[in-house]
Design a protein around this ligand. Structure first.
Ligand SMILES: NC(=O)c1ccc[n+]([C@@H]2O[C@H](COP(=O)([O-])OP(=O)(O)OC[C@H]3O[C@@H](n4cnc5c(N)ncnc54)[C@H](O)[C@@H]3O)[C@@H](O)[C@H]2O)c1
Length: 431
C-alpha cells in the first residue's frame, strides 16, 4: 500500500504530537512531505529535525502555503496553528483536493464554520477533528454504560470542569486570551467537553443560555497579591520573583527552544502577564444547554481553582451515573505527560433506582490526556479498517456541533438572550 502523504501547518508545541506520529511512529502508512509556519525560526528547526529523523519535508512560509500544496502534493494536511487560523487552512487544503486533520476547535465562530461546511460540501474532501478526550478509556466506559441503557434515558447532565491556577492561568498568557483568536474558553477549551457530551448522549445541542465573566485574571488580583510595577511579560517583570504565576522561559528547556529562541522573528511572547488588561476572555462561565434528545445540561468552567479535574453526573429514567476525575496540573511544555489522570481519584459510580451505588472498576491507561493522545494517533494514522463500536473518529460534523454550544454561549453572554443553535449555521448534518 502506498504511504499517505502529509503536510503540516503550524509548528508550535502541540504540533510535535502529529509530526512524531508521521515521522517516527507510523512510517509504514504515513510520510511527511511538507512543513509550513509563519515563524521562520520554528520552521527551520522542524525541517532540520525532520531531516535528521529521515523525512525529507521542505519548509514553506505561511504565504507560500498554496505553493506547498502544489509542489508537495499531500493527500492530507494537518492543521495545528492557533485556532483563529484553522478555518482558512482547512478550506484552502480542501480546495486543493486534500483531506484535513484539524486540531480542536475546528474553528472559533459561526461565519468561519459556515465556510468550512460549504467548502466540505463543494469539494467532497474529508476533515477529521482530533478529539483526544474521546479516546481516554474511562470516558469510553461512560459511553458504553450510557449506551447499554444502564440508567435508561438521560434526562439531565451536571458537568463541572475545573482548571487549576497553573493550567488555567496558561490560557491567559498568549493568543488564547483573545476572543478573536480562540473564541474564549467556551470554544477553545470547552469544545472537548461539549464534544464529549454530544458523543456520550448521541445527541446535539438545540438551545443555549450562558453567563460568564473574568473575575480572577485581572489587574485587581495582581494588586491584591502585591504585584505592582508589572511589565507585559515575565522575562522583564520587576516583581516576577514574588509572582505565583511567573513562567520562566529560560528555566523550561522545551519552552525556550520552542518559543524564546524564535521570538525575534515574530514577537510572539509565550510568557505574557496573566493579569493584563488586554485579556478579553472569561475565566468563570456557566451554561445551560438543551439537547435534541430532551436532555438538559448545567455546565460550568472555572479557570482559577486550587485543583484540576471534573465531575459529570447523568440522571436517567432508571438511575444515575457519576464520573469524577482528578488530573495532574501542568503548563503546556513544562511536563512530559500533560493532563494525566490520577487513578486514585478517578471514579465511575452507577446507581440504578432503588439499589445501592456500585463502583465500576476504572480502565486506566497511562499517558498524556488520560492515555487518549496515543490511541487518537493510532486511529488517525494507522489506516486500520476495523469498525470502532464506540464511534470515536470525529469528522467536521462532530467538530462543528462541539463548537456550536460554545459559539451560542458566547452570543448568549454578549446578548443576555437564549440562543437557538439551529439558527447559527445552515446545512449541518447530524454526526
Ligand atoms: N487536543 C489538545 O489537547 C490540544 C492541546 C494543546 C493545543 N491544542 C490545539 O493545537 C493548536 C496549536 O496549539 P499550540 O499550543 O501548539 O499553539 P502555539 O502557539 O504554540 O503554536 C502555533 C504555531 O502556529 C504558528 N502560526 C501562527 N499563525 C500562523 C499562521 N497564520 N500560519 C501558519 N502558522 C502559524 C506559530 O508560529 C506556532 O509555531 C491549537 O489549535 C490548540 O487549540 C490541542
Amino acid at each position: 500500500m502506498a504511504r499517505k502523504r502529509y503536510a503540516q501547518v503550524g509548528l508550535g508545541l502541540r504540533s510535535w504530537l502529529f509530526s512524531l506520529a508521521v515521522v517516527r511512529d507510523h512510517t509504514e502508512q504515513a510520510e511527511l512531505v511538507g512543513l509550513c509556519d509563519v515563524n521562520a525560526g520554528r520552521l527551520a528547526h522542524r525541517v532540520d529535525w525532520a531531516r535528521g529523523a529521515g523525512a525529507s519535508a521542505p519548509g514553506y512560509a505561511a504565504e507560500d502555503f498554496d505553493r506547498m500544496l502544489i509542489e508537495t502534493r499531500p493527500d492530507c494536511v494537518i492543521v495545528t496553528t492557533p485556532d483563529r487560523d484553522h478555518a482558512a487552512y482547512v478550506c484552502r487544503a480542501m480546495e486543493h483536493g486534500c483531506d484535513v486533520i484539524s486540531e480542536k476547535p475546528l474553528t472559533i465562530d459561526a461565519p468561519s464554520l459556515q465556510r468550512i461546511l460549504d467548502t466540505e460540501r463543494a469539494t467532497g474532501r474529508r476533515c477529521r477533528v482530533a478529539f483526544n478526550y474521546r479516546y481516554s478509556p474511562y470516558r469510553a466506559q461512560v459511553k458504553q454504560l450510557l449506551a447499554s441503557g444502564a440508567i435508561g434515558q438521560v434526562l439531565s447532565v451536571d458537568f463541572h470542569w475545573l482548571l487549576d491556577t497553573r493550567h488555567g492561568a496558561d490560557y491567559f498568557r498568549r493568543w488564547h486570551r483573545e476572543k478573536q483568536s480562540s473564541g474564549g474558553l467556551l470554544v477553545h477549551k470547552a469544545t472537548h467537553h461539549f464534544d464529549l457530551v454530544n458523543w456520550w448522549l448521541d445527541s446535539v445541542p438545540s438551545a443555549v443560555q450562558a453567563s460568564g465573566g473574568r473575575g480572577y485574571y485581572t489587574p485587581a488580583t495582581a494588586e491584591r497579591l502585591g504585584l505592582t510595577s508589572r511589565s507585559e511579560r515575565c522575562l522583564d517583570c520587576a516583581p516576577a520573583a514574588q509572582c505565583p504565576f511567573r513562567l520562566d522561559l529560560r528555566a523550561e528547556k522545551l519552552l525556550a527552544v520552542t518559543y524564546l529562541d524564535h521570538e525575534d522573528h515574530d514577537g510572539y511572547f509565550r510568557d505574557q502577564c496573566v493579569f493584563s488588561d488586554q485579556i478579553d476572555i472569561e475565566d468563570t462561565m456557566t451554561v445551560l444547554v438543551d439537547y435534541r434528545s430532551g436532555a438538559r445540561m448545567s455546565y460550568s468552567l472555572n479557570a482559577a481553582v486550587p485543583r484540576e479535574g471534573y465531575s459529570v453526573a447523568f440522571n436517567g429514567t432508571l438511575g444515575r451515573l457519576d464520573h469524577v476525575c482528578e488530573e495532574s496540573s501542568y503548563v503546556s511544555g513544562s511536563s512530559p505527560v500533560s493532563g494525566a489522570m490520577d487513578e486514585e481519584k478517578t471514579r465511575i459510580t452507577l446507581q440504578p433506582h432503588f439499589e445501592r451505588a456500585r463502583e465500576i472498576p476504572i480502565d486506566a491507561t497511562g499517558g498524556s490526556h488520560g492515555g487518549g493522545d496515543a490511541l487518537l494517533l493510532a486511529d488517525l494514522f494507522a489506516e486500520t479498517t476495523e469498525h470502532d463500536p464506540l464511534g470515536r473518529a470525529a469528522d467536521h460534523r462532530a467538530g462543528a456541533w462541539s463548537i456550536l454550544t460554545g459559539i451560542a454561549a458566547n452570543r448568549s453572554i454578549a446578548s443576555g438572550e437564549r440562543v437557538v443553535v439551529d439558527e447559527l449555521v445552515e446545512g449541518l448534518e447530524l454526526p
